[in-house]
Design a protein around this ligand. Structure first.
Ligand SMILES: C[S@@+](CC[C@H](N)C(=O)[O-])C[C@H]1O[C@@H](n2cnc3c(N)ncnc32)[C@H](O)[C@@H]1O
Length: 328
């Protein structure tokens, strides 16, 4: 097995990333309501905390999707290329679910090129622990934003492709953003290429609320770590004990929403953006949407972005669907 990092970041790119982070934090914390993009959760500490969330008994999505992929992994190679396949994954995380799909193809004697794309370099380290070496498997990691990575791959990948977008990462986008994202993805694919997309389904709100407010407090730590990241990378002085996590299901949006609330009226200094940010009592910072889906939403999204649904794979409790789409 050959593991390589296709995009080696230059010092200029690393500097640009730092600049983008500073600019986004300045913009996000000086607007009303305040907000920070969820893509900034995943520094090294955030990626490790997310791994802890995924194994917590209160957090159903990861284990449910694992159950689905375990059931379907041997069926995929029958629909796709028997000889060679390029598997591209957007936001791979630790890759332990992806390993099931990869093993399904390897068991069918298919040669696999795996291109994991993730904004977090920590993800690339974590997935080395999840995916065993195999003579028919090459891994080419790409540390980048989803679309930059896809764009880079446009001229690299010549075999039939399947793009994985697991874990209901799609739920971070609203419907308009999803259609635009899926269309952009479609434009990178050929007819005969596939996408496998994980959708977290609408369900009893008590199950949703429990999953996003786990009893060990990992979700709270994960969210508050963003303030720690600002302290470390932008020389801020957030007192982490003065913020609390607040996550709830918003039935009007059909989404879980995550906020940090300021426990008191306070001011925070962030030196590298030359700013003093004022917070009122209980003032929120919006961090994340996690939209939930009905089966009809899945067909609507596929139809409006250039795919046919080949099959929906769902778990025994109807909590989650991995939907296999073919580019048309
Ligand atoms: C919720 S985790 C899901 C990980 C994995 N797909 C799973 O199902 O367990 C989201 C992953 O996507 C990555 N990610 C988030 N936003 C991203 C972006 N805009 N571009 C690339 N990767 C991103 C994060 O670093 C993280 O590893």
């Amino acid at each position: 097995m050959n593991v390589s990092n296709l995009i080696k970041e230059t010092n200029k790119q690393i500097e640009q990333k730092k600049k983008d982070f500073a600019e986004d934090i300045f913009k996000g914390l000086t607007q009303s309501p305040k907000r920070i993009s969820s893509k900034y959760f995943y520094d090294d500490i955030g990626s490790e905390l997310f791994q802890k969330i995924t194994t917590h008994p209160d957090y159903y999505p990861t284990k449910t999707e694992y159950e689905i992929l375990q059931d379907m992994k041997d069926k995929l190679p029958n629909s796709l290329s028997k000889d060679k396949i390029d598997i591209i994954e957007l936001g791979v995380g630790d890759g332990h679910k992806t390993n099931l799909i990869i093993q399904g193809f390897l068991d069918a004697n298919t040669n696999v090129n795996f291109y994991p794309i993730d904004i977090s370099s920590k993800a690339m380290t974590l997935l080395e622990g999840s995916i065993p070496k195999h003579k028919n498997l090459n891994i080419h990691g790409i540390v980048s934003e989803y679309l930059d990575g896809l764009n880079y791959l446009k001229n690299q990948s010549e075999n039939q492709k399947i793009v994985l977008f697991l874990g209901s990462n799609i739920g971070n986008f609203n419907q308009i953003e999803s259609i635009s994202f899926l269309n952009t993805l479609r434009n990178q694919l050929n007819i005969n290429d596939y996408a496998l997309i994980g959708f977290d389904l609408k369900k009893d709100t008590s199950i949703l609320n429990k999953a996003y407010n786990d009893s060990s407090g990992y979700t709270e730590l994960f969210n508050i770590n963003l303030l720690n990241r600002i302290n470390v990378e932008l020389d801020g002085n957030f007192d982490l004990s003065k913020f609390q996590h607040y996550g709830f299901y918003n039935p009007i949006l059909g989404a879980m929403e995550s906020y940090l609330l300021s426990k008191e009226k306070q001011q925070v200094q962030i030196n590298k953006i030359s700013s003093t940010i004022s917070f009122d009592y209980l003032e929120p910072i919006h961090l994340e949407y996690s939209f939930k889906f009905l089966p009809s939403d899945i067909s609507y999204l596929s139809k409006n972005s250039g795919y046919n649904v080949v099959k929906n794979f769902t778990d025994s409790k109807n909590y989650f669907t991995d939907s296999l789409w073919k580019a048309v």
